[in-house]
Design a protein around this ligand. Sequence first.
Ligand code: SF4
Length: 367
Amino acid sequence: MNELSNFHTQPAQPFFAQALLDWYPRHRRDLPWRRTQDPYAIWLSEIILQQTRVQQGLPYYERFLAAYPTVQDLANAPEQEVLRLWQGLGYYSRARNLRLTAQQVVNEYGGQFPGSYAELLKLRGVGPYTAAAIASFAFEERVAVLDGNVYRVLSRVFGITTDIAQPAARKEFQQLADQLISYENPADYNQAIMEFGAIQCTPVNPDCLFCPVREQCFAFQHGMVQQLPVKAKAKAARTRYFHYFVLRHGEQVYLRRRGGKDIWHGLFDFHLLETPAAELPAQALLTELEQLGAQVMTAKASEPAALVRHTLSHQKVEARFHELWLAVPLVPAALQQAGLEAYAAAQLDELPKPVIITNYLEQKAII
Ligand code: SF4
């Protein structure tokens, strides 16, 4: 293995940048954020693409730019509106940070994105990858991007066996990436290596036979394409069991805004009881209803709960929806204590919600 991990310490590999720069114009996908040097638009696209793949991210990018054409517009937007536009992308702290970063650009930089990697790193929610992307794409600064695609390509081409899940790997890969990046065209080089990883040197079934660096590629030459990059398995995500009480009365549905440091902070969902196992004991249901002062019309309460499984980055949610029709509305004191509010169906669409809540409301034809 030592032979492998030392391969990349050999003198600079000029073939690599040139091969990518030749490959890129012939294979690149035409994407709107590649047609601009506006750092605001580039930043928006990068934050969205951290959440989703290109095809899914495109409509979000277009919607955000249409709603907020400038960083000032985004800075002035209400948080709830930004969350609503972000809906479906998950990891909502990114959406909140998006708006806060826009405010930082307006308040601290006079509405102009800072023009260097070092300054960009000072922006809220902007890490080394995003700073490198903006600095190179918008300002042609020679600083190499490092994302999952780049790790994979470098690991395979240069035979690096370091576990990329380890924090120490970043330094090693960044050093190599900084040596390799083109002097003349850092922006295209960064775009090229990411695109190369996305469509040529893919995680599964890379197109080695038609690869321009096949002759020099360590993994291909040593039959190690499937083994590289080395990535230790993440710990299994824990499962959480959510029991949602979909409390309804007439045209109204009761929801609450999530607070605390938990997932989906600031989004709206139903009254929730979280249990250590999948089952909701009948006694727990009764106690909860009693505390809410909810008088349930039993005929509809006995319908089986709808089950939805949802996977987040570090946890899995098994949500069961118990639809409960109330004989009388909840009283204000109970609403206040549970943080609930009654909404007419027509109001629900405007609220930012986790995707499982939106899907449930749509399936039930409530919205
Ligand atoms: S030869 Fe295969 S593994 Fe090597 S860089 Fe090309 S596509 Fe990737």
